[in-house]
Ligand binder design. Structure first.
Ligand code: FES
Length: 178
């Protein structure tokens, strides 16, 4: 096979590539908003695999890391607007967690646009469709995410995912543990 035809095939595959996005949606607001978008026949890209959660505060950062580990190119976290959480402050916890998680992902080599937090109410079907369209475009522009082979604490980052800042992990001896 000639070099040109291999390159052409690679270019064609890249042009056809569609990002896979996992969406963790709060059942009370964002999931209902997504449902309304569907029942109102609004068009938006079918790239988001929706996982319904009781509240955005239920989303453990490990869920997001697992999604990336298992091949997601982007993760959307969406819940009720601030002040509207059905559990009073779950979305405030989600906001803090996702802010920190973004920084961790950056450290691991992921572009921060691969994780997105959005507030979408049950009535905001159009907004949900717009968020999905916009996120798919953003992730498409970034290309496929490198899979991080090992989130279990052992060293083993895949090639090209070098931490952007060096980290020194202090070794704590048995007697020094508090
Ligand atoms: Fe929707 Fe908490 S119930 S974010």
């Amino acid at each position: 096979m000639s070099k040109n035809s291999t390159e052409e095939k690679q270019a064609a595959a890249a042009a056809e590539w569609e990002p896979s996005i996992v969406g963790f949606l709060c059942r009370w607001c964002s999931y209902a908003g997504a449902d309304l978008a569907g029942s109102s026949r609004m068009e938006y890209p079918p790239n988001v695999n929706v996982i319904r959660v009781p509240c955005s505060g239920r989303i453990d950062p490990l869920f997001v890391l697992k999604a990336f580990q298992q091949g997601a190119d982007g993760v959307l976290v969406s819940g009720c607007h601030p002040g509207d959480c059905h559990y009073a402050e779950g979305n405030y916890y989600a906001r803090r967690r996702m802010t920190l998680l973004k920084r961790l992902l950056e450290f691991l080599g992921y572009h921060p646009h691969r994780l997105r937090l959005e507030w979408v109410s049950a009535a905001e079907a159009r907004e949900f469709a717009e968020v999905v369209k916009d996120m798919v475009e953003q992730v498409k522009a970034l290309g496929p995410a490198e899979r991080y082979a090992d989130f279990d604490g052992r060293p083993g980052a895949v090639a090209g995912l070098e931490p952007s800042i060096p980290v020194e992990v202090p070794v704590v001896g048995e007697g020094e543990r508090k």
